[in-house]
Design a protein around this ligand. Structure first.
Ligand code: ATP
Ligand code: MG
Length: 421
């Protein structure tokens, strides 16, 4: 029996990897413009880190984590907790007041695999630690939007405020009172979790629950003055920056640590997997992890969903890589000459390839086409005899002679000059 990959864990084949490289490169470029620095943390963390940050009563911690129970470690389901752990562990706040960090890598959640939902998936995650200004919230959303625009994917931005420890309990009570009145109409899930985390009922997918919460009290009416001012400034700054958004008072996010601003980049092109990216503010989280009392905000974009969206939009396809020169050879002597030339060209920075298997010239020209070669150098027995290869421009089919009698170094330099002309 053939051994296959584990369900929900996917190989990233070359074409897919190419698209991801393009996405990552674009992201790194744009993140750098916003002063973001890369951080890389381990895949494994102490289980307690996620229980204490994401929250015990969340889907992630309750049922989605890959945990080695005997070792007390877990494969990270998201990046925020790990980045904050590293931030605190290395006392980064001592060096400078605000840190802008990002990381790109795999995350692991035991969910039901489907389109846009895997067990190993990849996120581009951004965190700004040490800034509580609403302008920063707007700037981060603007950055996310800039990246998505640059990649050519269409999404809409939804925002909400979840208040803070001063005003959320009041809202919670109001919501509880409302839910208790309508308990019988709630789905079993919501009935169970309404006592632990009643806010979660607000984004339940169940039809009845959805209808019911339409008339529930709005968190936006319960915000304290500080949270209200903050939210107003976030919206104003988004307007100033020309970033379109929609306020969605039902957005709650599945993680316990969020405060104030939360946001999602959503699409209707991926069925139930509507969120391409999501994030929010977590002002109490660092202290909750025994770190300095610093505010923070971040978001993560899902790579797989981005790839799916880009595949639906052909103009977003990254260009196929090219080979500068393919050397087609006939006979051992020609092959030896070519192998030296190819190696020197590679040393000089060109992408060069040749055939080692002694195939026909026709087969080798086909291979040159597959490699998207700009030029092909043909060295057969005749060419070797008169010390002149035939250089063919694969676009125009024009041919010229290329001297094989110069010292190898000079041949390589000559070729480099010809190809970059
Ligand atoms: P969802 O509601 O789709 O489960 P989420 O709220 O659990 O998403 P976050 O924890 O906010 O997602 O993660 C941020 C982004 O990471 C999501 O918007 C999505 O693009 C991506 N993501 C999350 N879980 C998965 C997964 N299992 N497979 C692929 N991408 C995922
Ligand atoms: Mg989820």
């Amino acid at each position: 029996m053939k051994i296959k990959a584990v369900n929900g864990f996917k190989d990233i084949l070359p074409d897919d990897a190419l698209r991801r490289q393009h996405i990552e490169q674009t992201a790194r470029d744009i993140f750098a413009r916003f002063g973001m620095q890369e951080i890389r943390t381990p895949i494994l963390e102490k289980t307690e880190l996620f229980a204490r940050s994401i929250g015990e009563a969340t889907d992630i911690v309750e049922k989605e984590m890959y945990t080695f129970v005997d070792k007390g470690i877990t494969m990270r389901p998201e990046a925020t907790a790990s980045i904050l752990r590293a931030f605190i562990e290395h006392g980064l706040h001592v060096r400078q007041p605000v840190h802008r960090l990002y990381t790109i890598g795999p995350m692991f959640r035991h969910e039901r695999p489907q389109k846009g939902r895997l067990r190993q998936f990849h996120q581009m995650d951004v965190e700004v630690i040490g800034a509580n200004e609403p302008q920063v919230d707007a700037e981060l959303m603007a950055m996310g939007q800039m990246l998505l625009d640059t990649l050519g994917v269409t999404v809409s931005l939804e925002i909400n405020s979840l208040g803070c420890p001063a005003c959320r309990p009041g809202f919670r009570d109001k919501l509880m009172a409302y839910l208790n009145q309508h308990k019988e109409s709630l789905c079993p899930d919501c009935r169970r979790r309404m006592n632990v985390n009643p806010l979660r009922t607000l984004d339940c997918k169940n039809r009845n629950c959805k209808d019911l919460v339409q008339d529930a009290p709005s968190i936006l009416d319960s915000l304290c003055n500080d949270c209200r001012d903050h939210f107003v400034s976030v919206k104003q700054t988004l307007d100033l920056l020309g970033v379109a958004y929609r306020v969605n008072r039902f957005m709650v996010r599945g993680l316990d640590y969020y405060t104030r601003t939360t946001f999602e980049f959503i699409t209707d092109a991926l069925g139930a997997q509507a969120a391409v990216g999501a994030g929010g503010r977590y002002d109490g989280l660092l202290r909750q992890l025994n770190g300095p009392d610093l505010p923070g905000i971040g978001f993560a974009l899902g790579m797989e969903r981005l790839v799916l969206l880009m595949e639906q939009q052909e103009d977003a396809t990254p260009p196929k890589p090219t080979t500068d020169l393919f050397v087609a050879v006939l006979g051992e002597k020609a092959a030896e000459h070519a192998s030296i030339l190819v190696h020197r060209l590679r040393k000089l920075g060109l992408t060069a390839a040749m055939d080692y298997s002694g195939r026909s010239l026709k087969a080798q020209m086909k291979q040159a086409g597959r490699l998207n070669s700009r030029f092909t150098l043909i060295i057969g027995e005749d060419e070797l005899a008169c010390n002149e290869g035939v250089l063919r421009d694969m676009n125009t089919q024009e041919q010229s002679k290329f001297s094989l009698s110069l010292p190898m170094d000079e041949q390589a330099q000559h070729m480099t000059a010809l190809l970059s002309a």
